[in-house]
Design a protein around this ligand. Structure first.
Ligand code: AP5
Length: 219
C-alpha cells in the first residue's frame, strides 16, 4: 500500500486537488482539517479539544493528530493509495507518520509541495465559502456555486470558515512558515519532494501531478 502527501500553505489548493485526484482514481482522501471540522460538528472529545486551536489558526497538538491518522489508516487498509492533505504539518508529525507507515506496511512514495504566492493564498482564503452541512468548498470568484450563497450539493447555506477571517489567516501563514515549511527540506533530503507550481488553474496543477505520477521510477 502506498501513500502520498500534499504539502502547501493555507489556501494552496490541497483540498481541491485531493478531491479531484481521489474522485478520479479511487484514492483515499485523508484531510486532517476535514476530520477535525467533522469532530467539532459532532462535538466529540477531539472536536472540543481542537476547536480553540483551529479558530485561532494554531496547530492542534501532534499526539491528537497522530492518533487520528493511525486510526484512519487501520480502518482504510483494504483501499488504494492514501492521499494526506494537511498532514504532516510538523517534523514530529512526519516522524510519527514514518512510524505509522512501518507499522501498517504503507510506503510513502511522493510528497507534492504546492507552491503559491502569499498574495494569491490570501485572495483564495478570503473568498472561500464552505457548506455548513457537507463541507463542500467554493470560492466567490474562482469557483462560485450556481446560486449565490447556496451549496450545489445539498442546497444548504454557505458560510465562511472561522479561521478564514483575516486575523486567523495571517496567523496560519506564520504558523505554516515556522512549523510546516521545515518539512520541505526534510522531505527533499529523503528524495521524496516534488515541487508543483499551484498558482494557476486547478487543471494545470492536476496535470503537473499526473506528469510526475506517470514517470518511471528512476527516470
Ligand atoms: P486545514 O483544513 O488543513 O487548512 P489549511 O492547511 O490551512 O488548508 P486550507 O483548507 O485552508 O486550504 P487548502 O490548501 O485545502 O485549499 P482549498 O483547496 O480549500 O486545517 C485547518 C486547521 O486545522 C489548521 O489551522 C489546524 O488548526 C488544524 N489542523 C489540520 N491539520 C492539522 C495537523 N496535521 N496538525 C495540526 N493541526 C491541524 O482552496 C482554497 C480556496 O481556493 C477555495 O475557495 C478554492 O475553491 C480555491 N482554489 C483552490 N485551488 C484553486 C486554483 N487552482 N485556482 C483558483 N482557486 C483555487
Amino acid at each position: 500500500m502506498n501513500a502520498a502527501v500534499l504539502l502547501g500553505g493555507p489556501g494552496a489548493g490541497k483540498g481541491t486537488l485531493a478531491g479531484i485526484l481521489c474522485e478520479r482514481s479511487g484514492w483515499v482522501h485523508v484531510s486532517t482539517g476535514d476530520i477535525l471540522r467533522d469532530a467539532i460538528r459532532k462535538k466529540t472529545d477531539v472536536g472540543l479539544k481542537a476547536r480553540q486551536f483551529m479558530d485561532a489558526g494554531e496547530l492542534v497538538p501532534d499526539q491528537v493528530i497522530l492518533e487520528l491518522i493511525d486510526a484512519r489508516i487501520k480502518e482504510g487498509q483494504q483501499d488504494g493509495l492514501f492521499l494526506f492533505d494537511g498532514f504532516p504539518r510538523t517534523v514530529e508529525q512526519a516522524a510519527g507518520l514514518e512510524h505509522i507507515c512501518r507499522k501498517h506496511g504503507v510506503t510513502l512514495s511522493h510528497v507534492f509541495c504546492l507552491n503559491v504566492d502569499r498574495s494569491v493564498l490570501i485572495q483564495r482564503l478570503s473568498g472561500r465559502r464552505i457548506c455548513r452541512t457537507c463541507g463542500a468548498v467554493y470560492h466567490v470568484v474562482n469557483m462560485p456555486p450556481v446560486r449565490d450563497g447556496v451549496c450545489d450539493v445539498d442546497g444548504d447555506e454557505l458560510i465562511q470558515r472561522p479561521d478564514d477571517r483575516e486575523e486567523a489567516v495571517l496567523n496560519r501563514l506564520e504558523v505554516y512558515q515556522k512549523q510546516t515549511a521545515p518539512l520541505i527540506s526534510w522531505y527533499r533530503e529523503k528524495g521524496l519532494l516534488r515541487d508543483i507550481d499551484a498558482g494557476g488553474a486547478v487543471e494545470q496543477t492536476v496535470s503537473a501531478v499526473d506528469t510526475i505520477l506517470s514517470e518511471q521510477p528512476g527516470s
